[in-house]
Design a protein around this ligand. Structure first.
Ligand code: HAM
Length: 414
């Protein structure tokens, strides 16, 4: 027996019946992104590995454990912020507009251990706002509000928004120092990974899922004393702006995000009903990434939502109808087939979605195919119809049947 191939673990086929739901979510997202003046950008699915290492950080979990390397110095994109920044720099977008608001919808790839809501190929819908002098707390609040409003537009209501600030790069250094002091004495109790993280990147201890590490982290009293007055004031304005937009949030001083490029505002949106992989989306400011990757000194902030997790959390109260042809053409005998074939072609030229049964079998079995196709009308052609230059048309919704001339048929179904 020959081998049966299955979809690779951690990836999904999205079948025709599921497509209407995906298209609904994508269309909603596009509408909202357009309202906020985001423009679509499409970058390649792979980039130089070093781009991801330099942006997300050598010590981030994604770079350490989840990169899907293509063999040479290329890797599949685990996220899209780095690629968008690369494109922004490469095409000097800073010279074209003051603030580039760019969005993307597409697959991302991470070599993770698959489980519910955690895939090796998944899809993100995200946006990046990049431009000189655009470090404004109002923009931060707007990006967060945009993420929240997108989720609401999909019918999601039971999610929780958490925000925090890492402050300026200097504040972040202070924060790192503060954490090192904090974890110095309980260091032995941390997992092996976290003991390494203590040396290399102490922030990552705060994201560790290990039970003992979680207990140690939760016992610490993290405060905002690492922030400068300026960063404090900035963050206060972000919160004020969120309140003015009516966006409910919770502050989480443990929230540092798993990627290294963040500065100042960070946020995460989660839905407890999803279980352990509960993050619907996340984002934050990354003012230093563009210059770090060789670009101009411009500020930036962005977000990304996980499409599969959105679909898991979405209420299942709406039925989405799959794609159906308007007309299904049936030849009642072999002699009528050529004419029927020409009819379906004419219908298509006229912009009427149509299909035909390619095998002339019994009327009963052909009507079954027509039924399965979901077509509104069935057009039957046989000896009689050919003789009289008409088509028999059955309206599958009402059951009515009539004979029409070809031109009338087109007028009717259009
Ligand atoms: P992230 O938190 O790594 O951030 O991913 C964002 C969202 O993508 C997650 O909240 C989750 O919904 C989804 N996601 C991530 N990994 C998986 C997976 N293995 N399976 C299914 N869904 C997943 C970023 O990617 C940043 N680029 C966000 C950002 C944009 N920050 C600034 N700009």
């Amino acid at each position: 027996m020959s081998k049966k191939f299955l979809v690779p673990r951690g990836t999904n086929d999205i079948l025709p019946l599921e497509i209407p739901l995906w298209q609904h979510v994508e269309a909603k997202a596009r509408d909202i992104l357009k309202n906020y003046n985001y423009k679509e950008i499409r970058t390649p699915f792979f980039e130089e590995t070093e781009l991801f290492v330099r942006s997300m950080g050598q010590t981030s979990d994604v770079v350490q454990k989840q990169m899907l390397n293509l063999g040479s110095d290329l890797s599949l994109r685990p996220e899209n912020t780095a690629s968008v920044v690369r494109a922004y720099i490469q095409h000097s977008l800073d010279r074209k507009e003051n603030l580039s608001k760019l969005f993307y919808i597409g697959p991302m790839f991470r070599g993770e251990r698959p489980q519910k809501g955690r895939l090796r190929q998944f899809h993100q819908m995200g946006g990046e706002a990049i431009g000189p002098g655009t470090c404004s707390p109002y923009l931060d609040a707007e990006v967060i509000a945009l993420s929240v409003n997108m989720l609401k537009s999909f019918g999601l209501n039971n999610f929780q928004l958490k925000i925090n600030t890492l402050g300026s790069p200097e504040d972040k250094e202070n924060f790192s120092g503060m954490l090192r002091k904090m974890f110095k004495s309980p260091l032995e109790g941390l997992c092996e990974d976290c003991q390494k993280r203590y040396e290399r990147n102490v922030f990552r201890i705060l994201d560790c899922k290990n039970k003992d590490c979680r207990a140690i982290v939760n016992a610490q009293k993290i405060d905002h004393s690492y922030l400068s007055d300026e960063s404090h004031a900035y963050y206060a304005k972000v919160k004020e702006a969120l309140e003015s937009l009516g966006i409910a949030y919770e502050e989480s001083l443990n929230l540092v995000r798993g990627l290294d490029y963040y500065t100042h505002t960070v946020f995460e949106i989660s839905d407890a009903s999803l279980g352990s992989q509960d993050a619907l989306g996340a984002g934050g400011r990354y003012n230093d990434l563009v210059p770090q990757l060789g670009g101009p000194q411009v500020d930036a902030i962005g977000f990304a939502l996980g499409v599969e997790r959105i679909l898991l959390a979405m209420p299942q109260d709406k039925e989405f109808v799959g794609q159906t042809p308007t007309v299904f053409v049936i030849a009642l005998d072999e002699t009528a087939f050529a004419e029927a074939f020409s009819l379906v072609n004419t219908l298509r030229q006229e912009g009427v979605p149509s299909d035909i049964n390619y095998k002339v079998s019994s009327v009963k079995s052909q009507m079954r195919s027509a039924n399965k196709s979901g077509a509104r009308y069935v057009a039957l052609l046989g000896e009689d119809e050919l003789k009289n230059n008409v088509v028999t048309v059955k309206d599958m919704e009402t059951g009515n049947q009539e004979q029409l001339e070809l031109t009338k048929l087109i007028g009717k179904v259009k």
